[in-house]
Design a protein around this ligand. Structure first.
Ligand SMILES: CSC[C@@H](O)[C@@H](O)C(=O)COP(=O)(O)O
Length: 397
């Protein structure tokens, strides 16, 4: 199984998604700053995977703070010091620290949460995961846990977030596959696969499971301009799995729908507001309009950690704006005049009215979404899916 995030021996290893499919290269992070920069640079991307990486970033901060004052009151390595391969830190982390106070660790955790929360604004999973780590840290501090015990517990919490995300993906995949007709031809956007999650994927997880169940015939893959997550990442995952697929430019979606070649559209989400409005990769809204015009079901697939009941509607979802050169150029080749004005929102918001159903690990939600979301938010989370979130996410909105 593809897993883009691995935490081993106090070092976070991220599969560098900027380089796929050309090469499989891993980036080692041993400080919060390295994790934050990896998220900003999209070494790791996809809403759930960003949350998982950030959770490990917080754990790294705690590990380093617990080890940092080990040398008789020295302040240890700085949290923003770039690592080489992290092994030096691993040694420091395991050396123990009689001198570090619980307060030092709590401060390091708070600083890590603030830094990581500022990396990418739209995916709420990031803030959900950070909040969970901060809550766990406070709980341990209140119990008077020793620094090294806090660090170990935060490493375990991050691992739980990762494992629970995989479990949620597998549950969503079962729910979503059951919605598809036998021999389905589906269209998907961006990358919502194992690369974007704890494994298996959200919309792509449904596709994987439907294929294994023998009910899927074909996948249309939007290339997903400007960063080509569909062409580079989704096509790579589908090829590895042997799932029949065809890559199209984003502008061809209407033509394949109009030709009667699509039975369902499946997309992921970065944030779902209380009324069901859904932020996802730029171009998703366009697909929803097209699907409605052609009478094709449009399904959003997302874990509960993507639902943000604190926002009344999609109008309140912060949309990340990215640099002009992502549009003017690709791979170092510029094809637009250097001074051309560019508008480059990374996400758009699909109005709930265009969404046929939202597939979550808590079941399939149907309109009216405000009621459906309120009802599921109040229900206890299924085992292994973490605590319900009642309060607003850390720095999320
Ligand atoms: C399971 S991933 C869901 C979304 O995060 C995905 O569709 C998406 O929009 C990813 O955007 P990205 O900018 O690549 O992080």
């Amino acid at each position: 199984m593809i897993q883009p995030v691995r935490y081993e021996g106090g070092v976070l290893h991220l599969l560098d998604q900027r380089r796929l499919p050309a090469e499989e290269r891993w980036v080692a992070c041993s400080s919060v700053e390295e994790v934050a920069r990896a998220i900003e640079a999209m070494v790791v991307r996809g809403a759930p995977a960003i949350g998982i990486a950030a959770a490990y970033g917080v754990a790294l901060a705690a590990v380093r703070a617990a080890a940092g004052a080990a040398s008789a009151g020295s302040d240890g390595p700085r949290a923003d010091e770039p690592g080489q391969d992290g092994r030096d830190r691993q040694g420091a982390a395991s050396s123990g620290d009689p001198g570090t106070t619980a307060g030092t660790v709590a401060e390091a955790v708070d600083a890590a949460v603030r830094r990581l929360a500022a990396t990418r604004p739209t995916a709420v999973n990031l803030h959900w995961a950070l909040r969970r780590m901060a809550d766990r840290s406070r709980e341990l501090a209140a119990r008077g846990a020793a620094p090294r015990a806090v660090a170990a517990a935060l490493e375990a919490e991050a691992r739980s977030i990762q494992e629970e995300d995989l479990a949620m993906c597998l549950r969503m995949a079962e729910h979503g596959a059951a919605l598809l007709p036998a021999g389905a031809r589906v269209l998907t956007h961006c990358n919502t696969g194992a690369l974007a999650t704890g494994g298996h994927g959200t919309a792509l997880g449904v596709i994987r499971t439907a294929w294994r169940q023998g009910r899927l015939r074909h996948v249309w893959v939007d290339e997903t301009r400007p960063l080509l997550q569909g062409a580079r990442l989704t096509a790579w995952e589908l090829e590895r799995e042997g799932i029949p697929h065809t890559l199209i430019v984003d502008g061809a979606a209407a033509a394949v729908m109009g030709a009667g070649q699509v039975d369902a559209v499946l997309v992921g989400a970065d944030r779902i507001a209380a009324n069901g409005d859904t932020a996802n990769k730029i171009g998703t809204y366009m697909l929803a309009v097209l699907a409605r015009h052609h009478g094709i079901p449009f399904y959003v697939v997302a874990p509960w950690s993507t639902v943000d009941p604190t926002l009344p509607s999609g109008d309140a979802i912060p949309i990340e704006q990215r640099g002009a050169d992502e549009v003017r150029a690709l791979g170092g080749v510029r094809w637009a005049p250097a001074g051309t004005a560019v508008y480059n929102p990374a996400f758009d918001v699909t109005p709930a009215a265009l969404i046929t159903a939202i597939v979550t690990d808590r079941g399939v939600l149907r309109p009216p979404y405000r009621e459906a979301i309120a009802e599921r938010a109040a229900a206890p989370a299924a085992e292994g899916t973490g605590p319900n979130r009642a309060a607003p996410p850390a720095g999320g909105s």
